[in-house]
Design a protein around this ligand. Structure first.
Ligand code: ATP
Ligand code: MG
Length: 316
């Protein structure tokens, strides 16, 4: 059984638009327009898409915070409409990493407070809070007041909060937003560790490299619809994205007519070849060069990126 299944989710909002002082017109926005997904257990599933595409709305429906107009969804086998309590027990949620905490309490006190809400007695709640503060790498900052926290500390604390009841499934909506490169890397390492412990994670991010490096499967959502779905490699292949191979040659010779040869930055010719199978094409190119008695300078392989996948799918 998959960790998360949703079928044909639809959610429409009525946006109030003010025109003039008193008059207001109503306009409907289809935030989610028939989203179906399956998320396998023990994997990271990346959900990417432009601003306003429907990612957060989808996550809110799956976490029972919003009721869909139509469609259905199951989390950990429980139905989001008829078994909302069981769904909430099954998941940990990070929506806005900097919301939902008391500024006049320490990090540990905040977590212990939530532990109490989840039904832990006082000493168990404090014990759990301390464990989680260590787990997310907050260390002694767990003893500081929340209103002194930097964005990175808040992000760590919100992940700690989502783990209080040790749920099997986590929904992380932009957990690295606004973080410096090292803090973001720590969050990614944490995500990696959680998956190794068997958790399932639904992740959104606008950092395409981050999504690619963490996710087993990625969905691109655009205007409320799933526009592409697959492993990062499948998506690149489906879209016909190619590798670019560059080989610098020391000395001049006869080059294959299929190669684009340009002068490189060091004055030597550089061969440029587009390839779908770099592991086969590159050795062949190198062998041809060697057979001519020429020497090889540098070799570069440019992999097509998730950013290109995103651009092709979203911009068409
Ligand atoms: N409570 C609401 N009332 C009215 N419209 C809403 C509400 N929540 C979301 N929307 C609209 O629904 C659409 C999808 O929003 P959503 O927050 O799901 O996008 P998103 O993919 O998470 O975007 P971002 O990358 O910017 O976080 C947008 O057009 C948004 O304006
Ligand atoms: Mg969002």
């Amino acid at each position: 059984m998959e960790a998360v299944v949703c079928e044909n989710l639809v959610k429409t909002f009525t946006a109030r638009e003010k025109s003039g002082f008193f008059r207001g017109s109503r306009k409907t926005v289809k935030a989610v327009d028939g989203v179906s997904l399956k998320i396998r257990r023990g994997e990271v599933f990346g959900l990417v898409g432009p601003n306003g595409a429907g990612k957060t709305t989808t996550i809110k429906i799956l976490s029972t915070l919003l009721i869909p107009d139509s469609g259905d969804a199951w989390v950990n086998g429980f139905n989001v409409l008829s078994e909302a309590d069981r769904v909430r027990e099954s998941l940990g949620l990070v929506l806005s990493p900097d919301k939902g905490f008391y500024s006049r309490l320490t990090g540990i006190e905040n977590l212990a407070y939530y532990g109490r809400l989840y039904g832990l007695d006082k000493s168990s709640a404090v014990k759990r809070a301390k464990e989680l503060v260590e787990l997310v790498g907050l260390g002694d900052d767990g003893l500081r007041m929340y209103d002194e926290y930097s964005l990175g500390m808040k992000a760590k604390l919100s992940i700690a909060k989502s783990l209080i009841h040790d749920p099997p499934i986590l929904f992380l909506d932009e957990p690295t937003i606004g973080l410096d490169p090292l803090s973001a890397r720590k969050i990614r390492q944490m995500i990696d560790n959680l998956v190794k412990q068997g958790k399932t994670i639904l992740l959104t991010s606008h950092n395409m490299w981050e999504v690619e490096s963490l996710s087993a499967e990625v969905a691109v959502i655009n205007k409320g619809r799933i526009a592409a779905l697959g492993t990062p490699n499948e998506l690149k292949q489906k879209l016909g994205l190619v590798y670019l191979l560059e080989v610098e040659v020391l000395g001049n010779g006869e080059f294959d007519s299929g190669w684009r040869v340009e002068a490189g930055e060091r004055g030597h010719p550089v061969i440029h070849v587009e390839s779908r199978r770099p592991s086969e094409d590159l050795p062949e190119i190198l062998e041809k060069i060697r057979r001519q008695g020429l020497q090889i300078g540098f070799v570069r392989v440019h992999e097509p990126s998730m950013e290109e996948v995103f651009a092709r799918v979203v911009a068409g």
